[in-house]
Write a protein that binds this ligand. Sequence first.
Ligand code: MN
Length: 473
Amino acid sequence: MNAYTPTIGLEIHAELKTNTKMFCDSKNDPDEKRPNVNICPVCMSHPGTLPTINKKAIWHVLRVGKALGGKVSDYTEFERKNYFYPDLPKGYQISQYKFPLISGGNLNGVLVTRVHLEEDTARSMHDQHEHETLVDFNRAGIPLMELVTEPVVKSAKEAGNFARELQLLLRYLEAGDANMEKGEMRVEANISVSKDNIKGTKVEIKNLNSFRVVEKAIEYEIGRQTEVLEGGGKIVQETRGWDEKKEVTFSQRIKEESHDYRYFPDPDLPHLKISEIPEFQNIELPELPQGMRERYKKEYGLKDEDIEIYVRDSVYAQFFEEVVKNLLTDKEAIQFASNIFTTDITALVKSEGGYPKYINDKKVIASFARIAEMRKEGRVSSNTATILAKVILLNGGDAETIAKKRGLMQKSDEGELAAIVEKIIRENEKVVLEYKSGKEQALQFLIGVAMKESKGSANPEILRDLFKQLLTN
Ligand code: MN
């Protein structure tokens, strides 16, 4: 039915983590709630003030560029992007135009056009007064990274995943927290749809403030454009917003062309030659999400879904890596450890609403590794492993001691189990007769009763063998 192909390009802004703002020494504190306290004559653009460049912000963008495999431009400069808006104290935004810091690169296959550095605008607050808009300038001048992709994204889901992956990357690089709900990362999408001879027109959707909204708004816009074209209409090149209540995009304004901004190099700022600035040489990166995925696959042989649990949660990852240290190269035990953790402990964390108290405790971590080994050796059932793991993570203690004390070790001792089996046979004459007359399910029932008798600690395979032995004699 829908033979239109969507073409999507993304523009993502992310605030960078620095002590001070991009061009002055006012504090960069995204958590400051009091309005207009982190401001100074420079970011308020008083006459006679001069901006100075925050090197840390450039360093962050260079690291992002390296992580993306982009090209660092050796020569770079800042330009003024002129437009009038109440949230822009200077009447222009200092940004980069002709010479972005980074050109090219890709993130998990999505091609990146450029990454540049600019300053954030102030925050307009429309909801404080009925007829007035208030402006909080704390945010004005905070270092802001802008990343633009090539128009290569093909679906709403892919766009959402790209934004998620960028957030993860920024966090790994400690370049920013990129919380979309807090406005620390903002997504804009350029969307067109086309079919054979019908070439689409690009529409921009702005202010997408959660991953869910990114996906919903793009999905909606693809549908809307398709419908307009199918009905013989024309797509207007414009900027649209997202109406959260109605879940539709709506027209905001007809798009300005970039030349309307009258970009020109900022005469107050020096041009930079990156290769001549010592702090920007030999930039090193930590392990990044993709590298971590590959390592977990190769070294531990975990499933992709399980790997993602660790990649997305550094507390889990740290716990797991410590467990692995206790298991050395025992790949099988490592996999048991991960299974116990990903199926049961992550669910526990969800239900408790926080990490278990002992998740960083060295002794508990060693004991957790022992549970994985006992599981591998068949000395505890999977049920018992779960119980033990929960108990030690919540309350501390040693798993093996607890297991022995509570009689939870899987009993594989045939003498001990034979006694249980004999007792069950004596007490369940009727069922035994049923089994002897050919009813196979009766055996399952007997094994169940025996398991119960052993408080779940018996090895069910051995029970089965014992019953068969004793009942065929
Ligand atoms: Mn921008």
